[in-house]
Ligand binder design. Structure first.
Ligand code: SF4
Ligand code: SF4
Length: 66
């Protein structure tokens, strides 16, 4: 399983970044508001799939994928 960001739902609020216990697993891209481009990225090599970010995202923009 991996965790990924549905970019069209993300408002770049940064709550997921603050919630993530793994440094660098979620990072903001540029100013975080670049119309339709990737706003936050999950580094699957660093992500431990704790799913905290999935639960805190106010837009349900972070989802799991098999
Ligand atoms: S918590 Fe959700 S809406 Fe906010 S930056 Fe993260 S993915 Fe985007
Ligand atoms: S699942 Fe956990 S470790 Fe992975 S990006 Fe989300 S909060 Fe960070």
């Amino acid at each position: 399983m991996t965790v990924k960001v549905n970019q069209s739902n993300c408002i770049a609020c940064g709550i997921c970044i603050k919630s993530c216990p793994e440094p660098g697993a979620i990072t903001r891209n540029g100013n975080g508001n670049d119309n339709g481009n990737r706003r936050v990225s999950i580094n699957t090599a660093l992500c431990k799939i704790c799913l905290l970010c999935v639960s805190v995202c106010p837009k349900k923009a972070i989802v799991t994928e098999d």
